[in-house]
Design a protein around this ligand. Sequence first.
Ligand SMILES: [Zn+2]
Length: 600
Amino acid sequence: MSHVLAAVAWPYANGPRHIGHVSGFGVPSDVFSRYMRMAGHDVLMVSGTDEHGTPIQVQADKEGVSPRELADRYNRVIVEDLHGLGLSYDLFTRTTTGNHYAVVQQLFETLHRNGYIVPKVTMGAISPSTGRTLPDRYIEGTCPICGYEHARGDQCDNCGNQLDPIDLVNPRSKINGETPQFVETEHFFLDLPAFAQALGKWLDGREGWRPNVLRFSKNLLDDLQPRAITRDLEWGVPIPLDGWRDRSDKRIYVWFDAVIGYLSASIEWARRSGDPEAWRRWWSADGEGKNARGYYFMGKDNIVFHSVIWPALLLGYDGEGDRGGEPGNLGLLNLPTEVVSSEFLTMEGKKFSSSRQVVIYVRDFLARYDADALRYFIAVAGPESQDTDFTWAEFLRRNNDELVAGWGNLVNRSISMAAKNFGAIPPIDPAGLTEADEALLAAARTGFTTVGQLIERHRQKQAIGEAMRVVAEANKYLSEQAPWKLKAESDKPRMGTILHVALQVVSDANTLLTPFLPHSAQRVHELLGGTGVHAPMPSIEQVEDLDGGPGYPVLTGDYTVGAKWESVPVEAGRALATPKPVFRKLDPSIVDEELARLGD
Ligand SMILES: [Zn+2]
C-alpha cells in the first residue's frame, strides 16, 4: 500500500461547469482514485472551487452582488454537479475558507523570507473611462509570442504562455473596446528564473508522463520571467507583510492562491478528520510522506500552473531554488509525481462557448441522461491525449450500441436466464468446465492486471477498451454456448454451468468497470444478489468554517468500504434479484432535440 494524492484542478466559480470541463479534470481523476483505492492504496482526492480573481469581481459588479455571494452561488452549483457525477472527493472545498487564507499566507511569507518574492514597480492597466483597474482577463490583444489575435491579458490560450497585459500588441478592453492606459504600480513578483535549474532537474527526472505534456513543460523553462503575484484588486487573499496586510486595494493574485489549494485542502481534510497532522502522509518529503505519490489532473490550458508554477512555489518553500533558504513551518513538501493533462473536448465541431450557447452544462446533462452514460462517453471517447469532438450522434451510438447492447445486455440476459431457470446462481456441474468456460474465466481474471495497470498509467481509454473486450467475449460465449437451447432435464446441469460461468464473468467485468461506471456497478452488484456498498458515493455536507468564517457545503465520503480490485467467486445458491435493465436505451430523436438546443 502506498499513499496517493489525487490533486484535481479547481473549477472556477463564475458559472456552472460544462461537460468539457468535467471531461478534462473530473471524470479521469475519479476513475483513477476509485481504482487506486480498490487496489489497496491510501488515496487522498482533494479539490474545491477557485473563487478569487477579477472575473468573479467583474461578474459580481455586473449583477449587483458581492463577490462572495456570487462565489457562494456557483460553489453550490458546482458541488451539486460533481456530486451528481459521483466524483469521490475526500474533500471538495473552496478557496474562501479561513484555512486556505492561512496556508496561502504561510507559503507567501516563507517564499518571501527565502528571497523568492521580490517587490517591483510595474505598469498596470486601468480603464481610462472609469479610472479602475482593468482585469487582465478582460484585456484582449495579439499575443507577442505566437501572434494569436485573441490572447488574454494573463495568458495566451493558443500557445499557453503566460502574459502581462502590457505585453499585448494592440491591447483593448473586452468590456467596452477602449485602449487601456498603463500606470505605475508596485507589486510582488515571483522570481521564476531562480527555479529554472531546479525545475529542469526535476522535469528531467520525470518518467511515464504523456510525452506532449513533458515536452510542453520543458519548453516553458526556456523563457522563465519573474511573474507578478499580486494585483490591484479588493477581492482575494491579503498580502501578509507589514505595510501591506491592511491595504484593501492589493491582493494576492488568484493563480498563486488557487494552486496552493491542493495543500490547504489536504490540511483542511486532516483537521476535519480528527488527526490534524494526517495530511503529512501525502506531503512531507522528509517524513511519513516520503514515498507518497501525487498526481495532478487538469485540462491542457492549466499545464503551466502545475508543471512550472506550483513546483516552483514548493521548491521555494523547501529552500531549493538558486537562492537556497530554509523550509517553512510545514516542513519539506513533495513536488508532483505526474501532471496528467487532458486535451480539449469540442462540441459538434465547435469550441465550447457559454456566450454562443455552444455548451451543455453538467446539470442539464444530468437532468436528461444518466451520470454513467456521460462517464462512459468520456472514458471511451474523451480527450485523453488529443482534442476530441462530442457529438450527440456519437453519444447516442456509444450509449445504445455499447453500453446498452453490449454490457447491459450481457448483465440482463445472463441474470434473467439464471433467475428464470434456477431462481439463484446455479452450481457448476460436477462434470467440470470446458475449454471455452476456462478461456472466458481466464480472460476476465487477466483483466484485473491489464485494466489496472492501464488505469495506473493514465491510459483510461485503453483500460475501458480492455474491460469492454471481456464483455464482448462473454457475449460471444453466450451466443456460442446458447444455454437457452439446453432446456431438456438432462441438459440442465450444463446450462447451469454456462450461466454460472457467465455470472462469474459479469461479476468480474462489473468490478473492472466500477471505477468508470460506479452508479451502475452498484446496481449490477445488487442484481447479482450482493448486499452492502459496492461503489461508495460522495455526499454533500454542510460544514462550519474551521476558523470562524461562514459555513459552506463540501463533498466528502467514506471510501474505505466497497469492492476490492479482485475476482470474487460467485456463490452457487445465492438468490438473484428480479432483473431490470441497468442502462436506458435512448431514442434517436434526442439527437435532433439536442442539436436544436445549441446556438450558432
Ligand atoms: Zn500565444
